[in-house]
Design a protein around this ligand. Structure first.
Ligand code: G6P
Length: 604
């Protein structure tokens, strides 16, 4: 979690750090801070709250040619001014920003740092004191010696007022990259922070460090062996971070879905052989025939998209498939089988639990395919093979376009595997045509935004809501409830429709609406039964369906176009995004940055 940035060069570091922190806020936004070497003093400005607040309150004379910055998502210690980064040692010589968790922080506080007076509750302050306590001539050597005492995950950047020509950085489990400029160098937790300055980057690996000066950089391992990394071009575009006339990123990203899905499909549909081509999956037809199981892993919306995918895999390949939260999988000592295809899904490619699951699978000899949006990210690099979403950067904390793009990529993969196994050309052709039509169909759903905005008033007035669905509708219900919860703060729970009567129905009443996901499929009559049960208890119903005929008794209906049954979840998810968005808008929520959350969860 947390965003880190650093600058060393001829320009004033402060505006560069502020601008980069604004871009990094998606990684955490409960407090922020910068430290610069200003003349012969180390100056730190930090506070609880957003980066805008940090900028607004910055002292006029805060400037310097070397500096580091941080935007935080609290782990150890509340989001207060004192707990905000950077952290300094007692002599105010060394400043540190840190992303990750130092697991032996309490132990180090009680032993090697027993005499130190701490000013914060953070694990990071331990690092500042440890580095200051190393009696090494060079900062990089002091940092290296300190890190050898530390257990845990970190991405760090360090400056020292006594050596104001450099920044020292290190990575172990939390991303750090170097930005290469002319006569200046940058540090960031991801390339998007540097988009205004350079696209030439060097990704550090775990247990790797670097020292950056204005005119050059050097990389080496924690064991002091040089690694001689070369810069690569980061695939980031400047315009991807504009709101393009939308009030917020969530709205922009919802409306980008037709284009994002088009890109996910681009070059991957083979109409002639009614299948999908996926360049990076590294699976021969013989490998596919040998598969006995498919296991999909992810967190949050990536996990819910994985559930949609698992259902697609099972129906198109007849290979048993399921999805599981990566955080659970990694800790339950799972059985790893050579004939299982493991699929890890992650928009950011940095989610810690998903990464740990990938590493656990690989440790036990399993094969993992990554479905990732961010090129060059840790999970993308860690997987044996992969498929990129090509959805472009997603800035809003609430996932929208990457959920649909992931579901589309999973459908392409299911089609590809299915055509090798159980699906014939006629069925393949049916799916190919349906996939190709999705961008236009999503655009039709988006065109009905005004009606969905009106429906949002039903939910905006409630303190709690249920989302229910059966089979293809259930996973969409899970994702829909998650959207509502995180962006509007209205409590929402998703249930398989038939489970409602096993408990939750006790809560149904005129104040608690239920959103029923009811595609026009073989379970339609069952869903009508559930609606009747809710109505009989006075519960308002919002239906989301592709059926053109009105449903008796419902308060509002969102209608989506009809596609092939297997792909229907993808279209049904879109009105639920708009619904959550408009509820949040009506309630005046902070749409792109919901409280307590972060876009990229790089802690356990
Ligand atoms: C966070 C985000 C979610 C996202 C999840 C997994 O919780 O707020 O929107 O689904 O992380 O992120 P990933 O980058 O791995 O897809």
């Amino acid at each position: 979690m947390c965003g880190i940035v650093g600058y060393v060069g001829g320009r004033d570091a402060v505006p560069i750090l502020f601008e980069a922190l604004q871009r990094l806020e998606y990684r955490g936004y409960d407090s922020a801070g910068v430290a610069v070497v200003s003349g012969d003093a180390l100056k730190v400005h930090k506070r609880a709250g957003r980066v805008d607040e940090l900028v607004r309150t910055a002292p006029k004379r805060l400037r310097g040619h070397v500096g580091i910055g941080h935007t935080r998502w609290a782990t150890h210690g509340e989001p207060t001014d004192a707990n905000a980064h950077p952290h300094v040692d007692s002599a105010n010589h060394v400043a540190v920003v840190h992303n990750g968790i130092i697991e032996n922080a309490s132990e180090l506080r009680a032993t090697v740092l027993a005499d130190v007076v701490f000013t914060s509750q953070t694990d990071t302050e331990v690092l500042a004191h440890l580095i200051a306590a190393q009696h090494e001539a060079e900062l990089e050597e002091a940092v290296r010696a300190a890190l050898l005492l530390v257990e845990g995950a970190y991405g760090i950047a360090v400056i020292d007022v006594r050596q104001p020509d450099r920044i020292v950085v290190a990575r172990n489990g939390s991303p750090v990259l170097l930005g290469i400029g002319k006569g200046e160098h940058f540090v960031a937790s991801d390339a998007s922070a540097l988009v205004r300055h350079t696209d030439q980057v060097v990704y550090l690996d775990d247990r790797e460090m670097a020292v950056l000066e204005a005119d050059g950089f050097r990389t080496f391992t924690l064991d002091a062996e040089d690694t001689e990394k070369r810069p690569t071009t980061a695939p980031v575009s400047k315009t991807a971070y504009d709101k393009a006339g939308h009030a917020d990123y969530m709205h922009k990203e919802i409306h980008e879905q037709p284009v994002a899905v088009e890109r996910a499909l681009s070059g991957r549909i083979d109409r002639r052989f009614a299948t999908a081509h996926l360049g990076g999956i590294d699976l021969s037809p013989r490998d596919v025939l040998a598969l006995r199981r498919i296991k999909v892993l992810g967190c949050g919306s990536a996990y819910y998209a994985g559930l949609v995918g698992a259902q697609l895999f099972e129906s198109l390949t007849r290979i048993p498939a399921d999805a599981e939260a990566a955080s659970e999988f990694r800790y339950r000592n799972p059985v790893i089988e050579a004939d299982t295809l493991y699929i890890a899904i992650s928009q950011s490619g940095e989610t810690f639990d998903t990464l740990a699951a990938v590493q656990e699978i690989k440790r036990k000899g399993g094969r993992v395919l990554g479905i990732v949006n961010t090129p060059g990210s840790t999970i993308a690099r860690e997987c044996n093979a992969g498929i990129y979403l090509h959805a472009g950067p997603e800035v809003s904390v609430t996932s929208t376009k990457t959920f649909t793009s992931t579901a589309v990529v999973l459908a392409l993969l299911a089609l590809h595997l299915g055509r090798i196994r159980d699906v014939g050309p006629a069925d393949g052709g049916r799916l190919v045509r349906a996939l190709a039509a999705l961008p236009e169909q999503i655009a039709l759903v988006l065109a009905a935004e005004d009606a969905i905005a009106e429906t949002a008033t039903v939910l905006a007035a409630a303190s709690s809501a249920f989302y229910i669905g059966r089979v293809r509708g259930y996973h969409v219900a899970l994702e829909g409830a998650q959207k509502l919860k995180e962006v509007s703060y209205i409590h929402a729970e998703a249930y398989p429709a038939a489970e409602l009567k096993h408990g939750p129905l006790a809560l149904v009443c005129p104040d608690i609406p239920t959103v029923v996901i009811t595609p026009c499929d073989e379970l339609w009559d069952k869903n009508m039964g559930s609606i009747a049960e809710i109505r009989a208890r006075g519960g308002p119903v919002v239906a989301v369906t592709d059926a053109a005929t009105p449903i008796p008794g419902v308060t509002a209906t969102a209608v989506v176009p009809t596609t092939e049954p297997e792909l229907q979840p993808i279209l049904l998810a879109v009105p639920l995004q708009l619904l959550a968005y408009h509820v949040a808008l009506a309630l005046g929520r902070d749409i792109d940055k919901p409280r307590n959350l972060a876009k990229s969860v790089t802690v356990e």
